[in-house]
Design a binder for this molecule. Structure first.
Ligand SMILES: Nc1nc2c(ncn2[C@@H]2O[C@H](COP(=O)(O)OP(=O)(O)O)[C@@H](O)[C@H]2O)c(=O)[nH]1
Ligand SMILES: [Mg+2]
Length: 227
C-alpha cells in the first residue's frame, strides 16, 4: 500500500517523547506538523479533540511541562504531531521565557521534516504579539500555516464567522495560499474534520510522486463548513 492510500487514524496517536533541547528530538525524518499558540489559547484541548483522547496533551499549565516540545507518533510510521511550548505564561521568570524562545527558535529554524504549523488562537483574542511572530516566521521560511480559531462556542456564529473572514483576508494578503483559517471548538468538537483534512494534506502529500498529483487544498474547502 502506498502512503497515498493510507489513512491516518488520529485517535491512535501515541506519546513518543519530550525534548527540552533540539538534540533530544526524534530523528529529523518523516513528516510532522507542529501546534503552536499562546498559553491558554486552547492548544492542548485542540490536540486532545483532534486525537479523540482526553489526556494525550496535558492541559496542565505547570511551567516545567509546558517548556518541553512533545512529540506524538501517528499510526503511519514516520508521521508525527508536535506540541510546541506555550507562550505568554504570566508567572514564569523572564529567563525561562527566553529559554523557551530559544528552544522553539532552534526547532523552527532547523527541522527539515516540518510540513506545516497549526497556530491556535482564542477566537475572541486573535493575532497577539506571539501570533504575529509566527506569521512572520512562516513568511520567512515558506512553511504553510493553518490558523485554528478555537473556543468558537464562546461566540455566536455570526461574529465568529466574521472573525474568520476578516483574519483570512488579512493573512492571505501577507501569505497568499500558504495560509488557511478555520473556526474550531474543542468543547463542541466543531471543526475536527477540517483540521484533519488539513493535516492529512500536509502529512500524506509529497511522500511519493503520485501524491503531488492530488488536487490542491485551499481555503474554499473551509468556506462551506463549520458554520
Ligand atoms: N469553551 C471552551 N473552552 C476551551 C476550549 N478549548 C480550551 N478551552 C479551555 O481553555 C483553557 C485552556 O485550554 P488548554 O487547552 O489548556 O490551553 P493551552 O494552554 O493552549 O494548551 C482550559 O480551561 C480549557 O478548558 C473550547 O473550545 N471551548
Ligand atoms: Mg497546553
Amino acid at each position: 500500500m502506498s502512503i497515498n492510500e493510507a489513512t491516518i487514524h488520529y485517535n491512535q496517536a501515541r506519546f513518543n517523547k519530550s525534548a527540552s533541547k533540539l538534540h533530544q528530538c526524534p530523528p529529523d525524518v518523516g513528516a510532522e506538523v507542529a501546534f503552536a499558540g499562546r498559553s491558554n489559547a486552547g492548544k492542548s484541548s485542540a490536540i486532545n479533540t483532534l486525537t479523540n483522547q482526553t489526556k494525550l496533551a496535558r492541559t496542565s499549565k505547570t511551567p516545567g511541562r509546558t517548556q518541553l516540545i512533545n512529540f506524538f507518533d501517528l499510526n503511519i510510521e514516520g508521521l508525527r504531531i508536535v506540541d510546541l511550548p506555550g507562550y505568554g505564561f504570566a508567572k514564569v521568570p523572564l529567563e525561562m521565557k527566553l529559554h523557551w524562545q530559544k528552544h522553539l527558535d532552534d526547532y523552527l529554524q532547523s527541522r527539515e521534516c516540518l510540513r506545516g504549523v497549526v497556530l491556535v488562537m482564542d477566537i475572541r483574542h486573535p493575532m497577539k504579539e506571539f501570533d504575529q511572530m509566527m506569521v512572520d516566521w512562516c513568511l520567512q521560511t515558506g512553511v504553510p500555516l493553518h490558523v485554528l480559531l478555537t473556543k468558537a462556542d464562546k461566540l455566536k456564529k455570526g461574529p465568529g464567522q466574521n472573525t474568520v473572514l476578516k483574519l483570512r483576508k488579512q493573512l492571505t494578503e501577507i501569505l497568499g495560499d500558504q495560509v488557511t483559517v478555520q473556526r474550531f471548538s474543542a468543547l463542541k468538537k466543531d471543526g475536527v474534520d477540517q483540521l484533519r483534512n488539513r493535516l492529512n494534506d500536509w502529512l500524506l502529500t509529497g511522500y511519493d510522486d503520485e501524491a503531488s498529483d492530488d488536487p490542491e487544498f485551499d481555503n474554499a474547502d473551509f468556506d462551506n463548513d463549520n458554520r
